[in-house]
Design a protein around this ligand. Sequence first.
Ligand SMILES: NC(=O)c1ccc[n+]([C@@H]2O[C@H](COP(=O)([O-])OP(=O)(O)OC[C@H]3O[C@@H](n4cnc5c(N)ncnc54)[C@H](O)[C@@H]3O)[C@@H](O)[C@H]2O)c1
Length: 322
Amino acid sequence: MFWKLITYTELYTPVPPYKSTYAIGVAEDEKGNRVIVRIDRKYFGRLRTGILGEVSEEWTVFGKIRKFTPVGLEEPVKVALVTGGARGIGAAIALELARAGYSIAIADLSYDQEAEKTLNSLRSTGTNAIFVAMDVSNRESVERGVKEVVDKLGRLNVLVNNAGITRDSYLQRMNPEDWEAVIKVNLTGAFHCSKASVPYMIRSGGGVIVNISSIVGILGNIGQANYAASKAGLIGLTYTLAKELAPYGIRVVAVAPGFVKTRMALAVPKSILRDYIRRSPIARLIEPEEVAKLVRHIVENEALNGIVIPIDLGLGIGSPKA
Ligand SMILES: NC(=O)c1ccc[n+]([C@@H]2O[C@H](COP(=O)([O-])OP(=O)(O)OC[C@H]3O[C@@H](n4cnc5c(N)ncnc54)[C@H](O)[C@@H]3O)[C@@H](O)[C@H]2O)c1
């Protein structure tokens, strides 16, 4: 027997003691009997009065409650936003998530040949993909860009904070501008993007934020005080947001890659790269696709939350610090 949803409201603030958001409504059977029901947040944005569903009973800390499960509601395609997605690791992540069935927005500073190439490969998988111009270090630009993603693709389920820069030099030679530029893009950028995305993610029924940190944020690295500090900061941001956002169904995880074969790593002086490879138990660079596969796993495995996953060929255990 199906029940009709007569009225409902989506609760965007977690209700104690559930530590969770959900919708609450009234359902009516064919005889006109009405009951109060709870509805899972994964249906946020798709509920309508008059839709049909099944009512079942479930035990919770409150005692027994009635649960309404809509029938025949189509699951919309999920949407992922990858910052710095025009090239390198970001482009590989975007492609992997497209293969996983996500609609994709790549956000980057400007639409250039690399962005066009990435967009073409994304579209060749059959996915809906857009480019959004965004400077993650600028709050207005981020707010405008995130809104554009939701306006064009309908919702937001995954945010990958991947945009990043380096301005390497030893502390004694590092000027404050280089310190600030790196913190502003790598750390403050992730703050702006997370803050702008979370309200949309809540209204999309929850989601995942993946922060692209670095093994350097855990081990430190000579000549990279600004970069290492920004990547360590991302780890603190990950732990904190994982605690804060769990009640909204949003998981937050960081990955900490070693040297990945992209323009960023290849710009590092050869002697430093050689030293890195020498210290690494597996002596090679990491492929962007290997990081992308890990990000896809994080997005799909709902038990992962509030952790930093190194992907470093064992550099961490090979380091003199370990
Ligand atoms: N390559 C590595 O060895 C390595 C290792 C660990 C972590 N990471 C991290 O992975 C991420 C991606 O790095 P990559 O190796 O692909 O580098 P990359 O330089 O190839 O790509 C970085 C992308 O970010 C974009 N970007 C830079 N500043 C931006 C801003 N203000 N707003 C929007 N986009 C911006 C760039 O235009 C570029 O498309 C970075 O956060 C980096 O710190 C890289």
